[in-house]
Design a protein around this ligand. Sequence first.
Ligand code: SDX
Length: 438
Amino acid sequence: MPADSKDTPEKTFTLTNDQTGESVKLPVVEGTYGPHCIDIRSLHKTTGHFTLDPSFTATGSCKSKITYIDGEEGILLHRGYNIKELAKESTYLETCYLLLYGELPKKQELEEFKGHITNHTMIHEQIKAVYQGFRRDAHPMAIMCGVIGTMASFYHDSLDIWDPEQRRISAHRLIAKVPTLAAMAMKYSKGQPYVHPRNDLSFTENFLHMCFSVPAEEYKLRPPVVRAMERILILHADHEQNASTSTVRLAGSSQANPMACIASGITSLWGPAHGGANQAVLEMLDEIGHKDNIPEFIERAKDKEDPFRLMGFGHRVYKNFDPRAEVMKESCDEVLAELGIDDPQLELAMELEKIALNDPYFKDRKLFPNVDFYSGIILKAMGFPVEMFTVLFAVSRTAGWISQWKEMMEGNSLKIGRPRQLYTGAPERPYVPIKKRK
Ligand code: SDX
């Protein structure tokens, strides 16, 4: 029976200084699953030492009940529910509720939640002016960084982070309004008029409607496409303490308002090593162009002197298949079949995957396709411009970010996150006037 997640002081880890022989006992804390943790909070006080773990490869930043990833087995759980079951059976809004409140909603609870979200999908009319400040060819992620931060200047009534009711309203506003703002970013870049949300549509139908309808013609909602979009939103909703979620938590630890925290998550997600990878995969497939060129790019990906990496491959935690990539691949086949698209990039991607997974370099390093490897192919087939791919990731991950922020705010002590360092710079030295500098 897995230990419940509590501090077990009787379990300790002894560290010994081999130079002085001094030892220190540190408590071991156990979770429901996953590696036990050595609680090092007393380490500096008792030994005068820090730990050093650049990029946090082996450092737990918090306790959390929201998501668990078993990287070796390729398992992803949200509040104990397997992502493959959620992708198959659930909806994005139901998954949002689960992430926020810890349980699958009863029918009435889900209807109420849907009502809250639906009633917050419209944005303040003046926010439209913010978009005018961007060039039409601005990357939509640049627009999202700006407009999400701007939300703090429009929704003053829900920024008190110590008031649970205002935290609830902010969470609902963000989940509801980020899709509207994302669709507006897409319309702005196309020079098309914004499309207002419709309360008679589901969350996902409404998002596709706002992205693709035009005044002259309503977007035709096709169930397989809506289902694929729903699945993509579910698959990207949360993922433990990834770079952007850790950014949100760190911003929140300074007591910044939730809109500012989510804006910080968006900036971190933008990077091609993280959420920007879905755009980078399509650009990489374009660059490869033909399967005959794959061996050259595989060699480049292995060459340490070459900055080229196989985008959509590898993961800090998954050392097996990313379960989301498997679901994404199934959706890919369905959507392309539904739309009657025979996308050569999908064949190229599958050939690249086959060759890479048979190459010792990738096998030895357990570099498998991740969530971003196939998502871009589906999104392109749906008609999204490649620059919107990471924005769609942000639309989905807003639920995870705000759930993790909420969990942190509900904790029993909000301490500002403030990592230390190993200083390797110059020793103290006197100032040299410019006349005396050689
Ligand atoms: C996401 O953290 C999350 O949970 C993120 C995410 C989420 O839902 O929030 O899952 C979403 O960001 C998915 C990842 C998307 N990024 C990419 O697809 C970009 C390509 N992948 C790499 O940049 C890389 O794999 C990372 C950034 C994803 C992970 O990097 P790590 O864990 O720091 O691994 P590493 O750089 O230490 O690599 C270990 C070895 C190195 O070689 P050696 O030094 O051992 O010889 O593997 C090599 C790396 O050079 N390597 C790759 C590679 N990824 C790692 N070599 C070629 N191509 C790659 N893609």
